[in-house]
Design a protein. Structure first.
Length: 347
């Protein structure tokens, strides 16, 4: 049991299991899945579908945090990507070609924004939290300029597919997130890329002296994170058939960081877990779906998130577990020392 509790994914998985069991007790119909018109519907499907954008951003954020960085601009990239795609679709005839061009423009601009973040961090040496904070603030303004300060509404069946479409009875958003996760896992675990990222995050100066091109790796992870945010922005805009520069992706950067931390990746860089980040994202999305399904006021979602994240982080802390074991252990009363034997001395 001690070996099991020391595993990185043990406590995040246990928290998710406890939450799912609570859903089953509170509402036995929570896991009801229906098959209508060749598609699967239900709360479990909704958790995976609505959590796909967060999973994508958490995957990109994991690699950034593994290099001792942080990306606060992913929410702004989400808004920019969705606004540009919806603007292009609204100004051109509906069709697959228009949608593909919109996807290309949105993802291309997302890559440019990732290059910008990477240049500030890797080339100029600006602290990641400051470098990405610049785009976090300015990005909303860029999205506002693209959308003209208005909510752009679109009605395109081809654009709808990325967020609300289905493939093989499953929502396409789930399959896209799964494909990105598999691709990222293969690249970082079946090649030396993951080891290099961990080396840069573990000790950037030592990795540089060892001959690693740490600046290029840092640049690469910021570009990949922005690409994931761009795809997530297309999903979010597709779900609501519109682009809202003010609210699209709002606070999603905080949820992504929470998902990564809950998944066992430390903010100090080094070792990381993509699977743990996915579990953390599912935990946060399950909590949101549970609050909505049980009729709890949505204003309390942030409070529930904070409580769950605090509990999981405490369980992940070795120092907290050691103190908890010491308090739980019963003090052992030492046995009384035997009385000294009397020795008679004769003259």
């Amino acid at each position: 049991m001690k070996r099991l509790t020391k595993q990185r994914l043990f406590w995040p998985v246990m928290a998710l299991v406890v939450l799912l069991l609570g859903d089953l007790i509170a509402s036995p119909s929570f896991y009801k899945i229906e098959f209508l018109d060749g598609h699967l519907y239900g709360n479990v499907v909704d958790i995976l579908k609505n959590g796909a954008p967060l999973i994508l951003i958490a995957i990109g954020m994991t690699l950034v945090i593994a290099t001792r960085g942080i990306d606060l601009s992913v929410g702004a990239v989400v808004a920019i990507s969705g606004s540009l795609a919806c603007l292009w679709i609204s100004d051109n005839p509906d069709g697959a070609g228009t949608t593909l061009v919109a996807f290309g423009l949105a993802l291309g601009l997302s890559l440019v924004l990732g290059v910008w973040n990477g240049w500030l961090v890797a080339a100029l040496g600006i602290q990641p939290i400051i470098a990405t904070l610049i785009l976090m603030v300015a990005g909303r303004g860029i999205a506002q300029l693209i959308s003209g300060g208005q909510i752009i509404t679109v009605n395109s069946h081809s654009f709808e597919w990325i967020g609300k479409g289905y493939l093989f009875t499953l929502p396409s958003a789930i399959l896209i997130a799964l494909a990105v996760f598999v691709l990222a896992s293969v690249l970082v675990r079946r090649s030396a890329l993951g080891l290099l990222v961990e080396a840069v995050g573990g000790n950037p100066e030592a990795s540089r002296l060892a001959g690693l091109r740490s600046a290029r790796l840092t640049w690469l992870v910021y570009v990949f994170c922005a690409l994931c945010a761009g795809i997530a922005g297309l999903m979010i805009s597709s779900n609501v058939h519109s682009a809202d520069a003010n609210h699209a992706g709002l606070f999603i950067e905080l949820d992504a960081i929470l998902a990564v931390v809950v998944g066992g990746t430390q903010l100090t860089g080094g070792r990381f877990s993509l699977g743990g980040s996915v579990i953390g994202a599912l935990l946060i999305q399950t909590l949101t779906t549970t609050v909505n399904a049980l009729g709890i006021p949505p204003e309390s979602i942030m409070l529930f998130k904070a409580i769950v994240v605090l509990v999981v982080c405490l369980l992940l802390s070795p120092a907290f577990r050691r103190k908890f074991r010491r308090r739980g252990a019963r003090p052992v009363t030492p046995a009384p020392a035997p009385a000294p034997e009397k020795v008679e001395v004769t003259a």
